[in-house]
Design a protein around this ligand. Structure first.
Ligand code: F3S
Length: 754
């Protein structure tokens, strides 16, 4: 048993009283989302209602899950917190670093060798600090979480944007950055803006070629990639109850593609069956005991428009299969209109590769339905015309579908089974010929299809559909094929039609696995050594940042005045830099290399005030650091928008930038800066941005009486001898000012002060 039953028992014991209190303070019936959120307040029993889309609220999540790319910095930071054990059950999953090339066993062996030091580090930290460790090959984080850890009414955070997958089992599961994971593992509360609520009422029942994936493909078309921003999407209605738990997981997983904070379904008979089917009968029994708290109130679902901020209704009986893309997951085409769209838009008709599986669609149900089509291809003497790959989501699913003969069926059709890992979904795909950048089409049952995501080729037209539709199109080898209406010519020259796919939600013989790939942590980790080589390129232990020196900051140089958009990608680029995610010094060589310098409109070219030359931003900043000179970064509106990547705040801090002064901040980045002990300030008068000159020496004044709500002053010493004194605002509360003074929030945690 890898889940923590005592934690679930004590949480459920609190539900009736906390939810009754929530109903009282909110003054109306509650949605499921509200019940779970109010049951997880860090203060305990709710004492006041929170305004959706406005209030910032502290929560106490039950779990943390991390994938191997993001876990590195999260755990390096956690090691700074001075704790002997994580405060909440947490797990690490090795799935992102395995490259797909030849097939499961060869690719996995290669990855183990190539990433050995990262895996050794992650497993030793997990062992020492009490985290569950899922080895490379064990599976993809979200599928492993759904099978082992997700539970109705729970709340978790995960360092991956598809964490919402666990919403399929009734959990509020939210994707975050590593710094948030570190805080929760260190026992700190986790802050979230109380979300708005979108209600989606599902009526009718799926049939034939339509699957759960088509629900979210349709919803993505309605809401677009931005429609869910700041909202939690709650599904309800008889249609919702008719979907399998894993189908619900698929829908919640892809809710990330509409920008939703997360998505969720209530507890029902399908959730119960899945819990029992995955050896968690104990949780099902507990959940049955508090059923009414694990779904929204009846009044809410009877008149949803009164209780949700937006309501959408979908009839599953009328829903058509969909294909979305290319290049964006919200360009939704009903299957019957897709062939015409392909022709009109001149998209390559020939389908090169069909890829099924991933964290989004690799349940037993998905695989068995796709296999029913593959079997037909063999029986009806059809040869798959496209390449075809299968990515199982976990070793448990892989072992079970292998036992039940499905993998053999795929192989009979010419399919290649890849490792239980992200692979092509995250660009870990050594696709032969991709470097030629030819225009071509692929179709996947994954979730994202942005340009270059799968194979790095900007001309690959990537479409998203259900595993069933992907399989049918791979058999046909053509994007214009509609399996519901069209026939194919078989080896004997006969016209044959594919029958509707058929499958099973859960294996009749139950799930099985020989080695799930799980390593439990040591009971007492105090003697465990964390493995980091001193000459490693990819990993570096962190040193605590220095405390504030206790006086105003004077004589700072301007590093860069960034012009226009400056997202976390401009501040800390992704792509090849992902390799250095666990090495702060090395990854800092990408600091602000994407930002546009206001003074010369160039990227990665700033003036070095020490000698008047121009150089790359990180190199110039390292010169200042060498001379012990602090610097300032100036930015425009919404500085730091994009991801919650903590590197964008850690890198400037590490290289000696002392303050970021901007017209406005993206809030998550502003908080990340505060956590790293950095000054994040905003111009009281946005036009003062224009006063900043390239050769300025800058003082930040008033820090000795730094207090909430009290502005600071900035003196700009221009090279012509003139001066400007401007006012800058900040949003630091008392606790955050202490973070600044201590050098970082983690320094305070270490001292036991928070
Ligand atoms: Fe991995 Fe792709 Fe899912 S990167 S976690 S399989 S979205």
């Amino acid at each position: 048993m890898v889940f923590d039953i005592d934690m679930i028992k004590s949480l459920y014991a609190e539900f009736p009283q906390r939810i009754a209190a929530a109903r009282k303070v909110v003054g109306k019936p509650l949605t499921l989302t509200e019940k779970i959120l109010y049951a997880h307040l860090s203060e305990g029993t709710p004492t006041k209602g929170h305004e959706r889309g406005v209030s910032y609220v502290d929560f106490k999540p039950d779990r943390v899950a991390m994938q191997d790319a993001t876990a590195q910095m999260a755990l390096l930071q956690f090691m700074q917190a001075g704790k002997s054990k994580v405060a909440v059950p947490s797990t690490v999953h090795c799935d992102h670093l395995i490259q797909a090339e030849i097939g499961a066993s060869i690719d996995l062996a290669k990855a183990k060798d190539k990433n050995k030091e990262v895996y050794d580090f992650l497993s030793s930290v997990s062992n020492k600090y009490g985290l569950g460790f899922w080895k490379p090959g064990a599976g993809i984080i979200h599928q492993v979480v759904l099978e082992n850890y997700a539970f109705p009414g729970g709340m978790m955070i995960g360092t991956d944007s598809h964490t919402p997958n666990a919403g399929g089992l009734g959990m509020v599961a939210i994707g975050v950055g590593g710094a948030d994971a570190c805080d929760v593992m260190a026992g700190l509360p986790w802050e979230l803006k109380f979300p708005k609520l979108i209600g989606i009422k599902l009526t009718g029942k799926l049939s034939g070629w339509t699957s759960a994936k088509d629900v979210i493909l349709k919803v993505a078309g309605i809401l677009t990639v931005k429609g869910g921003t700041g909202s939690i999407v709650e599904y309800f209605g008889e249609g919702a109850r008719s979907l399998s738990a894993t189908g619900k997981g698929t829908i919640c997983n892809m809710g990330a593609e509409i920008g939703a904070t997360t998505s969720i379904f209530g507890y029902d008979e399908k959730s119960e069956a899945y819990l029992r089917g995955t050896s968690r009968a104990e949780i099902a029994d507990l959940a049955n005991g508090i059923k009414e708290y694990l779904t929204g109130d009846e009044e809410v679902y009877a008149s949803p428009e009164k209780y949700f901020d937006e309501v959408i209704e979908l009839n599953l009986s009328e829903l058509e299969p969909h294909i979305n893309g290319p290049f964006t997951p919200d360009l939704a085409w009903p299957l019957s209109k897709f062939a015409a769209a392909v022709k009109e838009n001149n998209w390559p008709e020939k389908l090169e590769v069909g890829l099924i599986g991933s964290c989004t669609n690799s349940s037993y149900e998905d695989i068995s339905r796709a296999a029913s089509l593959a079997q037909q291809a063999v029986d009806k003497k059809l040869k798959a015309k496209s390449e075809y790959t299968i990515t199982p989501g976990s070793e448990q699913v892989r072992f079970t579908v292998d036992r039940d003969g499905f993998l053999q069926i795929f192989e009979n059709m010419g399919g290649v089974v890849l490792a239980n890992a992200c692979g092509p979904c995250i660009g870990q795909w050594a696709r032969h010929g991709a470097e030629k950048q030819e225009k071509n089409s692929i179709i996947t049952s994954f979730n994202r299809n942005f340009a270059k995501r799968a194979d790095g080729n900007p001309n690959t037209h990537s479409f998203v559909a259900s595993p069933e539709v992907v399989t049918a199109l791979a058999i046909a080898g053509n994007l214009t094929f509609n399996p519901m209406t069209d026939t194919l010519t078989n080896e004997d020259g006969e016209q044959v039609k594919l029958d509707e796919p058929a499958g099973l939600e859960l294996p009749t013989k139950g799930f099985a696995v020989e080695d799930a790939g799980y390593l439990a942590p040591a009971e007492d980790g105090s003697k465990v050594q964390v493995k980091v080589a001193s000459d490693s390129e990819r990993l570096q232990l962190l040193e605590p940042f220095k405390a504030w020196e206790g006086k105003d900051l004077t004589g700072l140089k301007l590093l860069i005045k960034a012009k226009g958009k400056c997202t976390t990608d401009h501040i800390s680029m992704a792509g090849p830099w992902l390799r250095f995610r666990g090495h702060l010094d090395n990854i800092s060589n990408n600091l602000l290399i994407g930002a546009v310098n206001f003074f010369n409109e160039a990227t990665n070219k700033v003036k070095n005030q020490l000698d008047g030359s121009y150089g790359e931003v990180p190199a110039v900043q390292r010169q200042y650091k060498l001379h012990n000179i602090g610097t300032v970064v100036v930015g425009d509106e919404n500085y730091g928008e994009g991801s919650s990547r903590e590197h964008a705040a850690m890198e400037p801090r590490f290289l000696g930038v002392r303050a970021i002064i901007v017209k406005s901040f993206a809030r998550i980045h502003e908080t990340n800066l505060k956590k790293q002990g950095m000054l994040g300030l905003t111009f009281a008068n946005p036009q003062d941005y224009d006063l900043i000159q390239e050769d300025d020496n800058i003082d930040i004044v008033g820090l000795e009486s730094f207090a909430p709500g009290k502005p600071l002053a900035v003196v700009l010493h221009h090279s012509d001898g003139s001066e400007d004194k401007i006012t800058v605002n900040h949003t630091y509360n008392e606790g955050q000012i202490e973070w600044f003074k201590a050098g970082s929030a983690l320094n305070l945690v270490k001292e036991g002060l928070i």
